[in-house]
Every structure is written in C-alpha cells, then in structure tokens.
Ligand binder design. Structure first.
Ligand code: SAM
Length: 235
C-alpha cells in the first residue's frame, strides 16, 4: 500500500516556506516513485526527477514526469532547487553528492534536504515508535516486524549503518552557505518499518495522521526529540 497520499501533504507543509515561488525548476534527487515530484508539479513547479534505480525511474516516468535514470552525481543542468527527500542517508559520499548538487544551482538557488537524524532517537522515542507499532500489529492493521529485547538497542542496531543527521548537516554546511534547519516529527513515518504492510488503507491513513498529531504534540512539549530535519543551503 502506498502511503504517499498521507505523507506528501505533511512534507509539502514543511517544504513550502523553503521553496521559491512556482514555476521554479526543481530537481528531485532520488525521486523514487515520484509522489512528491508530482505534487510539486501540481503546484506549478517545473520538476525533473532523477533516480538511479530503473524501477523507480520507470514508475516516476509513468506518472508523467520528466525523469533521468542516473546517479545524481552524473546529472548536469541548472535548477533553482535541488531537493533530496530521504535519499541521502545511504549516500556513498555525502561531500561528493552535496558538492555536486550545489554546482547545479542557478543564481539564488538552494539545496534542500528532508531527512531523519536516527541518532536523536532516545528511549522515549524508541518506545513511542515500537509500542505504537506493536499496537497496530495487535489490532491487525499492520503486518510488521517487532523488535526483541531492549527497544533502544533494537533501534540503534537497525539504523547505525546509516549516515547520522549531524553528518548530513555538516556535509550540507560544507557544500553551501547559509545553513537553515527546521526540526520536524518523523517517527510516525517510520512506524511500519522496512517491509511492513498495512491491511486497510483507509484506517492506516487515520492511524498515521493520529500518530503524526501525537508526535507533533510531544515534540512541542519537549517529551520527544524531533527526529526529522529539513535543511537548506544556498551556493
Ligand atoms: C528512500 S527512497 C526516497 C524516495 C522519495 N524521495 C521519497 O521521499 O519517497 C530513496 C531513493 O533515492 C534513490 N537514490 C539514492 N541515492 C541516489 C543517487 N546517488 N542518485 C540517484 N538516486 C539515488 C534510490 O534509488 C531511491 O529510489
């Protein structure tokens, strides 16, 4: 089940203040199946997707987008925004990919990233994530793996091979100027884990929106860390 219909509006709400007005030209670097790219195109942006994965590039092309199947580091051209949404945490070389992204910017352009800082997950965050996942699995709404043993250890074991948020922010700051960072809720988007499957799409959307609200409130109260980050630099 594709939950992008739930996720994209939340991403857009955070993203819009960082973007120039349409019809600015946006390169979505690691566009996946293109859900966000299509939403940006619907807002009037000129969007080009790039994804190195053939299946992803084909899926995004099938939605009517211009898509380049390539590694971001091999793309040329000039864009007002180069946008990475959760496509950096596996990057081979953060300095290389972000350094190249900055060279693609038109005057006044920005590189924007939406990512998560796995190292900010503390015990309260791990319990929020896995206790809510267990509840969703128990109700039959979600089919997903549940961790054995200590929840914080399980989180760390499942994520410590990814770039940390701090490493991505440091690389972004080295690549450009004027780093801005907006913390965002993100645990709700990770609730189904890798490979989890929802059984009832309509109820899944309600559950995700409820979790988003709960996480947003706790982040504002200071009882949960903000795991998500939206950050940008200019040339
Ligand atoms: C987790 S998915 C995110 C997809 C989409 N941006 C979203 O938010 O739903 C990451 C995508 O980035 C792509 N990707 C990762 N590194 C890339 C690179 N260096 N060049 C091109 N695509 C890349 C992967 O193939 C994958 O489709």
């Amino acid at each position: 089940m594709d939950l992008s219909a739930v996720a994209v509006p939340h991403t857009l709400a955070h993203l819009k203040p960082l973007l120039p007005a349409p019809p600015a030209h946006v390169l979505e670097a690691g566009c996946g199946r293109g859900a966000l790219a299509v939403a940006l195109a619907d807002l009037g942006y000129q969007v080009t997707g790039v994804d190195r994965d053939a299946e992803m590039a084909a899926a995004a092309t099938g939605r009517g987008l211009p898509v380049i199947q390539a590694d971001v580091r091999d793309v040329s051209g000039e864009y007002d925004v180069v946008l990475f949404t959760r496509s950096l945490h596996h990057a081979d070389d953060l300095d290389e990919i972000l350094g190249h992204a900055v060279t693609l910017l038109a005057p006044g352009g920005r590189v924007v990233i939406e990512e998560f800082a796995w190292e900010r997950v503390d015990r309260a965050a791990a319990e929020f994530l896995y206790d809510n996942r267990a509840l969703l699995v128990a109700t039959g709404l979600l089919d997903a793996e549940l961790p054995d043993g200590d929840l914080l250890d399980a989180w760390i074991d499942g994520h410590d091979f990814l770039h940390q948020g701090s490493a991505m922010l440091d690389a972004l700051e080295r690549a450009g100027s004027g780093l801005t960072i907006v913390p965002t809720p993100m645990l709700w988007r990770l609730i189904d884990g890798r490979g989890g499957a929802w059984t009832e799409p309509a109820h899944a959307a309600d559950a995700l929106n409820t979790l988003h609200q709960a996480e947003t409130r706790r982040v504002a109260e200071g009882t949960l860390p903000a795991i998500g980050l939206l950050a940008s630099v200019h040339r």
